[in-house]
Ligand binder design. Structure first.
Ligand code: C2O
Ligand code: CU
Length: 531
């Protein structure tokens, strides 16, 4: 009986070959852009075209050397055919997206100039502000710095049902910085323990960035797309910092902060209400001063990020929603199936994760406490207080959004400097990158991806990453793929999940990311208690 069902299941999966909803050609090549007065700057650039799907999938950031914004919907099947026209190997990672190993852009899958690679996945993520960038070993920082990065925006029906600013009032802003030679060319310091701090602040690739705004509410999708700099953001006119979204999408409800701390790789969405402003007003988004010891050498200086000039009066009817989007599953530490302890240390001039160094030569060499089982819920404890050198690190895990469980400052001597930035740390909602500050312990709860395979976790301070502050982790096949509500039993409740998720990725048992007949057969063949 079971064998017949398994055979049927395989057959049903094989017959369900859906056509791709979206097919893109993506090219990475050497280009140039007028950034400063005088000589144009040589940059590296993503450009793309739509082969199949809506033309609105791609939108260009005006006057920018950054790549096109890619916009998709949850459940879309996406096929990105990428050509490498650079001088070295590259690979593309869709940061924050829960996608199969083969399309994750791991450095082991880098491909040479003149070659191409096909990224194929079904969008399992909720609506949110994700992004894409290269990920080749030791060259990620350089390639991102030269311009290879942009937004990957996901929408879904829950988000579309809300009254949020849309169209021109939905504004993606990539915050980064750079250094230029006297001839206007980009210079990069590369892998080093301090990081890279560019003197010129850029927003969406432009210096002295000014946005002409109306007296309206804006949804600002902020991406820290910089190399190393941790920003402490606030508006100089006292416009409240109201966070509506984080890495993995909208919060359950808006939250107000005195300022917002955003480290490299992180995204936050703000509800910026300029409806009470008068025409002619100029509002500056600043990064405020904080204690260098709280972030590490080079961090903490005050700087202007960009300005908004109110240049027209327009009527605003939107009001801040009291609730946004439910979390879905809220993890409970009582339900964890395993737990891991991963310290950050500094030895012989290198930052180590879990006591280990990155080793590109053997991609099968995972260590015992960096292996997990797909779909399982775990508690991860990361510490940043051993030895005598601590830096702040933006830690990122591929594949899955997680929930921050706790954050503890363990050193009373660090409390004063920590106090200069701690009130801007946003731990709510679904996160894929979080700041761990010197002498902190952070715990998070994660339900690993449904996709088995080799994924990675690393520091997103790109010079640290390129020094090898990266680790692999290996997910083995889920033990009970048909237990869709994770209660330990495959039963009627799981069939109900399938019916509710029909046609989406969320009732997938068979591993094809689409809920269909094959998944009903999967539940029947797995019926009973999980073991
Ligand atoms: Cu945004 Cu592994 O990276
Ligand atoms: Cu780091």
């Amino acid at each position: 009986m079971k064998t017949t069902l398994t055979a049927l299941l395989t057959l049903a999966s094989a017959s369900m070959l859906f056509a791709d909803d979206i097919v893109l050609d993506l090219d990475a090549s050497i280009s140039s852009q007028q950034i400063l007065l005088g000589e144009p700057t040589v940059t590296w650039r993503y450009s793309a075209s739509v082969t199949q799907g809506p033309a609105s999938t791609l939108s260009l950031i005006p006057n920018s050397f950054l790549g096109p914004i890619i916009s998709v919907n949850t459940g879309d099947s996406v096929h990105i055919h990428q050509q490498n026209n650079l001088m070295g190997e590259t690979t593309t990672h869709f940061h924050g997206m829960d996608i199969p190993e083969i399309s994750d852009g791991h450095p082991k899958d880098a491909f040479d100039p003149g070659e191409s690679y096909d990224y194929e996945f079904i969008v399992r993520n909720r609506a949110g502000t994700y992004w894409y960038h290269p990920h080749p070993d030791m060259m990620t920082g350089m390639q991102v710095y030269m311009g290879l990065k942009s937004f990957f925006i996901v929408s879904d029906p829950q988000e579309q049902a809300l009254d949020l600013p849309r169209g021109e009032f939905d504004l993606p802003l990539c915050l980064h910085d750079a250094d230029f030679t006297a001839e206007n060319q980009l210079v990069y310091s590369g892998a080093n323990m301090m990081g890279h701090f560019g003197n010129t602040q850029l927003v969406n690739g432009q210096p002295n960035y000014n946005y002409s705004a109306a007296t309206k509410v804006y949804r600002l999708r902020l991406l820290n797309g910089g190399q190393s700099r941790i920003l402490k953001l606030a508006f100089d006119d006292g416009t409240p910092v109201i966070v509506i979204g984080v890495d993995g999408g909208l919060l359950e409800a808006p939250e107000e902060y005195p300022y917002l701390l955003i480290g490299p790789g992180e995204r936050y969405e703000l509800w910026a209400d300029f409806s009470g402003k008068t025409v002619g007003e100029v509002i500056t988004l600043k990064s405020l001063l904080y204690d260098e010891f709280a972030g590490g050498i080079g961090q903490g200086g005050e700087r202007d990020i960009m300005t908004f000039t109110i240049d027209r009066a327009e009527e605003e009817t939107l009001t801040l929603p009291t609730s946004l989007v439910p979390m879905g599953e809220v993890y409970d530490v009582a339900d964890i199936q395993d737990e891991k302890y991963w310290p950050i240390t500094f030895e012989n001039g290198m930052f180590l994760l879990n006591g280990e160094m990155w080793d590109m030569t053997d991609m099968t060499a995972t260590v015992e406490n960096e292996r997990s089982v797909a779909d399982e819920l775990e508690l991860i404890t990361m510490t940043n207080h051993e030895g005598n050198i601590q830096f702040a690190h933006p830690m990122h895990f591929h594949g899955r959004q997680f929930q921050i469980h706790s954050r503890t400052m363990v050193d009373p001597d660090s409390q004063d400097s920590y106090n200069t930035l701690k009130d801007g740390i946003v731990d709510s909602g679904w996160q894929d990158t979080f700041m761990i500050m010197p002498n902190e312990t952070v715990q998070f709860l994660v339900r690993w991806s449904h996709h088995p395979g080799l994924f990675m976790w690393h520091c997103h301070n790109l010079p640290h990453e390129d020094m090898g502050m990266m680790r692999n982790f290996l997910l083995s096949e889920p033990t009970c793929p048909s237990d869709l509500n994770y209660d330990g039993f495959v039963d009627v409740a799981d069939l109900l999940v399938i019916i509710g998720a029909w046609g989406t990725p969320f009732g997938d048992v068979s591993g094809d990311d689409i809920t269909d007949v094959s998944d009903i057969l999967g539940v029947i063949s797995g019926w009973g208690a999980c073991n």
